[in-house]
Design a protein around this ligand. Structure first.
Ligand code: SAM
Length: 269
């Protein structure tokens, strides 16, 4: 079946089965998060991880990106390590591990005393099929903007220590943002529509990835779309979207959220 039959839709079903109907090399960016080690009870999920990863590789365009957002459960005193195992599996089947990014929560849930520090982050593994084709860098202010710096010694992890004799003078106003991204979870106005789901992404997080790895008109995918945050934000940023979720209830919630965006966009034109 042509991919056009799935474009800009939320499809109810097991993502592995649905993805099998997609052509090769059609997705520019996937932003998704799987059920974490069965931490939450999603209505009737089936989670064949290895098959999902292989299908994602097949349908991603050369140079396309998969952002896999995941964390581990702690079982009998030990973190499961599932996140790392999954990341290594993605590498094994051909993806580059382009970047291991961190989603830091500004308002993590306080945990009871368990002889460990409060968990306040999740991994955002950024995989690419070959060399990344699109990177629109998010820029941030340089702390020392305008300063005249002298030469310095810095560590180059692939070589020996090196001395940088010529530094940009003065220090520029902006630089590329770091790979730890911080967001408030569940409190922002734009995230309130997703309250019917137990683990929605902050819209802002998805917005930053879509901006970074795609251009308008590209296709953004979420095979486990839940409340539809990835698809809603893609639609709002003039990208095509495809979402799949196994739960009828979540698909309905996602469709409602997207309908709000589409109505707002129609009113603007
Ligand atoms: C972590 S949640 C995703 C939340 C989503 N990022 C959001 O913003 O709402 C994982 C989702 O995967 C869905 N799911 C689990 N197994 C699935 C499968 N095999 N195929 C499709 N969806 C699945 C669950 O119903 C759940 O909504």
């Amino acid at each position: 079946m042509s991919i056009n039959n799935y474009m800009n839709q939320i499809i109810e079903g097991n993502c592995v089965e649905v993805m099998k109907n997609f052509d090769d090399d059609i997705i520019d960016l996937t932003v998704t998060s799987p059920p974490y080690d069965d931490l939450r009870n999603y209505k009737g999920f089936v989670f064949p991880f290895e098959e999902i990863a292989k299908e994602l590789y097949r349908i991603t365009k050369p140079g396309g990106v998969v952002v896999w957002i995941v964390a581990d459960a702690t079982i009998e005193g030990s973190e499961t390590g599932t996140s790392f195992k999954q990341a290594l599996y993605f590498k094994e089947i051909g993806f580059n591990l382009h970047d291991t990014m961190i989603f830091k929560k500004k308002n993590p849930i306080p945990q009871i005393y368990r002889k460990r520090y409060n968990n306040e982050f999740e991994f955002m593994f950024v995989f690419s099929k070959g060399v990344v084709k699109t990177h629109n860098s998010i820029l941030v202010d340089c702390m020392h903007a305008g300063l005249e710096l002298n030469g310095t010694t810095y560590k180059n992890y692939s070589k020996n220590d090196q001395t940088r004799e010529k530094l940009a003078k003065p220090v520029k106003d902006k630089k590329i943002k770091g790979n730890i991204w911080e967001y408030v979870v569940g409190k922002k106005q734009e995230d309130q529509e997703a309250k019917g789901h137990s683990a929605p992404f902050p819209c802002e997080l998805v917005r930053d990835h879509i901006f970074s790895w795609t251009n308008p008109g590209d296709t953004v995918f979420d095979p486990m779309s839940g409340s539809g945050t990835t698809c809603k934000v893609a639609c709002k940023q003039d990208r095509n979207y495809i979402g799949i979720d196994i739960s009828h209830e979540y698909c309905e919630l996602a469709r409602e959220r997207i309908k709000i965006v589409e109505t707002q966009m129609k009113l603007t034109f």
